[in-house]
Design a protein around this ligand. Structure first.
Ligand SMILES: *Cc1c(COP(=O)(O)O)cnc(C)c1O
Length: 426
């Protein structure tokens, strides 16, 4: 088998530089909460492929469902010859997403594509054009979703011009704005009314807990106030639950923590145990405002991806992976709080369920410290812990373990994280 060094040489000559990798090791296999590289080294997985393998890598039930489906038929295109698996995934989405009203779904391949389609649907259904997004937001890398995403480097630099009618508003960010949820919402709503005009807003699009932007959990009351304003003014409240969905935060969807029932929800990442699938789910009358043929795509809702999604959702239900996410928080949060008490650069421990973060600052201030963050991540990687960073300022360490991670793996991973912080003070 080629070594990681061999593969790196081949990669440099064949793979575009714009696609980069966090670690220099190449994967040979992965299961549950661990990964093995081609050099025979084992890693503890605190990344889950960016909150994708919530049910674990190569989960046996997913593998079996994929095997069974791939041998029956691989693709027909749902727009040509439909099949049950697509319908069944849409039924599950209607049952699992918040809101006890009639819903419809449409399936796509990637999160960005789901967000693009949510914007299309919101504009069509409301007859309005403006889309409100927030500071630190991440919604994808296609042209429209780059415009929705906040951070320029690396996501947008040199890739403009961007799509129009996108308006960015201040986000509730308790560590940095010091505002209550109600105050932060009143401020953002004031800005929307002044600079966009309530009658022009098709949708307010928000991640209930921000992902790439830094695992920012808005102050309580922020999301419900925005949703209420949408209801009053005829704008749609769209929750981007691509990273927070499918049990990650200790509930099926993060909107549930504050009793918010979005008009539209975008999902992807955790939906199908690693196979590419995404969805827009929403109120029937909004979704069905679009004419037949107005939504779709060649691969959207591919039968193999749908079979994987049905198996993954089955696992989430049977193993109660929302409870597993709460258990991960119960184990990890006290260890992270203790770590923060010991290491002054940790300015805040935050997150929900198995979506936890440490924000690193210059001690005694809220000035971001991306250097220390990078150093901790590097030390973690050197010790065999797959650990991601995020944040507009590049100063947030995030934990996204698979929800099936064992207590022993979780303990080993947290110990490696603690050691990585020790190396910072050395
Ligand atoms: C990852 C992500 C996206 C984009 O999904 P892709 O599948 O990478 O296109 C959009 N929104 C959020 C919140 C995400 O975390």
């Amino acid at each position: 088998m080629p070594t990681s060094a061999d593969l790196h040489r081949r990669r440099s000559a064949a793979v575009a530089r714009g696609v980069s990798s966090m670690i220099p090791s190449y994967v040979s296999s992965a299961s549950g909460g661990t990964m093995t590289d081609v050099d025979g080294r084992e890693w503890i997985d605190f990344a889950a492929g960016i909150a994708v393998t919530n049910v674990g890598n190569a989960a046996p039930a997913v593998v079996a469902a994929v095997r069974e489906q791939v041998a029956r038929f691989t693709h027909t295109c749902f727009m040509i010859a439909p099949y049950e698996q697509y319908v069944a995934v849409c039924e599950e989405l209607a049952a699992l997403t918040p809101g006890d009203f009639e819903k419809r779904s449409a399936l796509f391949n990637s999160g960005a594509e789901a967000v693009e389609n949510a914007v299309k649907i919101a504009r069509h259904a409301t007859g309005r054009q403006a889309i409100v997004v927030f500071d630190h937001a991440y919604h994808g890398r296609t042209n429209l979703t780059m415009a929705l995403t906040a951070k320029v480097m690396p996501y947008k630099q040199g890739f403009g011009p961007f799509a129009g009618e996108i308006y960015r508003m201040p986000m509730s960010y308790p560590l940095r704005d010091g505002r209550s949820g109600a105050d932060a919402a009143a401020f953002a709503i004031g800005q929307i009314e002044k600079y966009v005009g309530a009658v022009n807003v098709a949708a307010v699009l928000i991640e209930p807990v921000q992902g790439e932007g830094g695992f920012v959990v808005p102050a309580p009351g922020f999301l419900p106030a925005l949703a209420a304003w949408c209801r009053q003014t005829g704008a749609l409240f769209v929750a981007d639950e691509i990273q927070t969905g499918f049990c990650r935060t200790g509930a099926w969807f993060a909107s549930e923590h504050e009793g918010v029932e979005p008009d539209l929800i975008t999902t992807a990442k955790g939906i199908a145990g690693g196979l590419p699938l995404a969805a827009v789910t929403g109120r029937a009358e909004i979704m069905d405002a679009v004419h037949p043929g107005g939504l779709g795509g060649t691969y959207g809702g591919n039968p193999i991806a749908c079979a994987a999604a049905l198996a993954s959702i089955g696992m989430m239900r049977e193993l109660d992976l929302a409870a597993a996410a709460r258990h991960i928080e119960a184990v990890a949060r006290p260890r992270l709080e203790a770590l923060a008490a010991k290491h002054p650069p940790i300015g805040e421990v935050r997150g929900r369920g198995a979506m936890l973060a440490l924000e690193l600052v210059v001690p005694g201030s809220i000035e971001p410290d991306p250097q220390a963050t990078a150093a901790v991540a590097k030390a973690a990687h050197e010790s065999g812990l797959l650990l991601l960073t995020c944040g507009t300022y590049g100063n947030v360490i995030r934990l996204l373990p698979p929800l099936v991670i064992t207590d022993d793996e979780l303990d080993r991973g947290l110990s490696l994280l603690e050691q990585a912080f020790e190396s910072l003070t050395r």
